[in-house]
Design a protein. Structure first.
Length: 245
């Protein structure tokens, strides 16, 4: 039996609650090739996932290479953070942003930043449109351009991995939730029922809510404990962020 033109187009769709459904045409249920079509679709989706994973890992490697870390502790936390955030709901829009990180000594009054961004790095950011990413023909995508988001960390917390992870996650989340372009990108990742709720929140509530949604609740709590202890000893920690679009 000759395969139809639509063969292999059946898709498994998973919502935010983990419920999986099949996306198919009305006539698919009566098709004699239905089971083979599902198998073909799964194979295609698996190949796309492998391609996206390879692209993600290459991009993370380039971010680590370009960023400036002076301690292995913070560098290790950054690597863990990047792997987790790219697997979060925000991961679908991160390819339209270049996240760069710089750890600087707390004793210095000023510091010069130099990030050598190569054409190959920009190619990884622009990349080829693939499943789950925002591509030029998708509605709601920001028109052109690339957001370079620089996170400068001046006062990490020694021997507290969760607090350092929370610090990095807090600053990245604050970047996206306080910038108009970042907000539009976040809204693209939310379920319709969450969009109105998010729009009604103030800046700090958005950060806390998003960190919980993206899997960094424990790290946020560890950060808050450290910041609370720090505020009892000295003025608030110096943590600076720069966003360029």
């Amino acid at each position: 039996m000759e395969k139809r033109e639509c063969f292999g187009l059946i898709e498994e769709m998973t919502d935010g609650k983990g419920l999986t459904t099949l996306k198919a045409r009305p006539g698919c249920r009566d098709c004699g090739d239905f089971r083979d079509c599902i198998r073909q679709s799964k194979q295609v989706m698996e190949e796309k996932r492998e391609k996206n994973e390879l692209r993600k890992q290459n991009l993370i490697a380039q971010i680590i290479d370009i960023s400036h870390m002076i301690s292995n502790e913070v560098g290790s936390c950054l690597l863990d953070f990047l792997n987790r955030i790219y697997d979060s709901p925000l991961g679908m829009v991160l390819f339209r942003n270049l996240l760069l990180f710089c750890e600087i000594p707390k004793e210095v009054p000023s510091y010069s930043l130099n990030f050598p961004i190569s054409l190959s790095t920009l190619e990884w950011i622009g990349g080829e449109g693939s499943e789950g990413e925002l591509t030029p023909d998708q509605p709601g995508r920001m028109n052109g351009g690339l957001d370079i988001r620089i996170i400068v960390i001046q006062r990490p917390f020694p021997n507290n991995r969760k607090a350092n992870m929370g610090l990095i996650a807090y600053e990245v989340t604050r970047q996206f939730s306080s910038d108009p372009r970042g907000i539009k990108q976040i809204l693209h990742t939310l379920e319709p029922s969450d969009i109105n709720q998010f729009k009604k929140m103030d800046g700090e509530k958005r950060i806390h809510w998003l960190m919980g949604r993206w899997g960094f609740q424990e790290e946020l709590e560890a950060l808050e404990r450290e910041m609370s202890a720090l505020s009892r000893q000295a003025p608030s920690a110096e943590i600076h962020s720069i966003s360029r679009g």
